[in-house]
Design a protein around this ligand. Structure first.
Ligand code: C2E
Ligand code: MG
Ligand code: MG
Ligand code: MG
Length: 283
């Protein structure tokens, strides 16, 4: 009987694996021509200065407009793109497109906004990554200080010597550097100190329950204090409530992003948000 159950479980597992492998292959095949067919699009989620409650920039987030599946989330297709290497051309396109679009946002709003672009580990460790960033800035004309690159802890910690060289080159160029999903990976604090990083983004997993879970509240508090001790700014991501925002404000977290303000928006909708943002008060 046990043997039968075992065999059944094995078969079930096998079918699940087949389905997963099949979907993966299906997505990979579709992704191969997605760029050329113009199926990829960047959405923009406003980033808000908490004290002033005003939009100071946005994060560019990929969406795939699939002819049959509709809008595919990056949670589904980025891991596939990373596995098959397509993330390199896709990431390069996203970088360029975000810079181009941000210049347009700046021109139409008259505001000096910053765009944050996510960078995969594989993209970051390409030998020509610094050149491709420089090219994107040169070709679009965006000011380097208006571009922020979001890197994950795993991308930074894979090869710390290589990472340090790349980060220094980017920092010398004037590009801002942020650690995304901070607290979910393994960062060595000594590297955090040595890397020319500007900003930590607190993972939304800690923000979600900070009003009810004392441990999450303690972690968010500790990350903000750590960041400030290292002279880094902090962004809270995944802010959905006024209570979460107040918590971050009281602890000096500089910026926030989340559904409480806006979902990631198509470029046109983000323009509308900007039109409703009053011009910055001149000090
Ligand atoms: P991320 O960089 O940490 O981006 C934040 C994610 O949180 C986004 O998911 C955003 O839509 C979501 N989010 C924002 N506010 C809230 C909120 O209040 N509540 C909740 N529950 N979620 C919120 P999205 O757009 O699905 O992207 C998922 C991940 O895909 C990103 O996480 C990033 O790791 C990756 N990704 C997206 N675009 C790119 C890209 O251009 N390049 C690379 N390499 N990765 C990307
Ligand atoms: Mg991000
Ligand atoms: Mg994040
Ligand atoms: Mg993430």
């Amino acid at each position: 009987h046990a043997k039968q159950a075992g065999r059944g479980a094995y078969q079930f597992f096998n079918e699940e694996m087949n389905a997963a492998a099949h979907e993966r292959l299906h997505l990979e095949n579709g992704l191969r021509g997605a760029l050329e067919r113009g199926e990829l699009e960047l959405y923009y989620q406003p980033k808000v200065d908490i004290k002033q409650r005003r939009v100071v920039g946005c994060e560019a987030l990929l969406r795939w407009n699939h002819p049959k599946l509709g809008i595919v989330s990056p949670v589904r297709f980025i891991p596939v793109a990373e596995e098959c290497g397509l993330i390199v051309p896709i990431g390069d396109w996203a970088l360029r497109e975000a810079c181009r679009q941000m210049l347009e946002f700046q021109r139409s709003s008259g505001q000096n906004l910053v765009v944050a672009v996510n960078v995969s580990a594989l993209q970051f460790t390409q030998r020509n990554f610094v050149d491709s960033v420089r090219q994107a800035l040169d070709e679009t004309g965006l000011t380097p200080q208006c571009l922020e690159l979001e890197l994950t802890e795993s991308a930074l910690m894979k090869d710390t010597d290589g990472a340090l060289d790349t980060l220094k080159a980017l920092s010398d160029m004037g590009v801002r550097l942020a650690v995304d999903d901070f607290g979910t990976g393994y960062s060595s604090l000594s590297y955090l100190k040595r890397f020319p990083i500007n900003c930590l983004k607190i993972d939304k997993g800690f923000v979600r329950d900070l009003e009810t879970d004392v441990d999450d509240a303690a972690i968010v508090n500790a990350v903000i204090n750590l960041a400030h001790s290292l002279r880094l700014t902090v962004v809270g991501e995944g802010v959905e409530t006024e209570g979460q925002l107040q918590f971050l404000l009281e602890r000096g977290c500089e910026e926030a992003q989340g559904f409480y303000f806006d979902q990631p928006l198509r470029a046109e909708a983000f323009q509308t948000v900007l039109r409703n943002t009053p011009p910055a008060a001149t000090a």
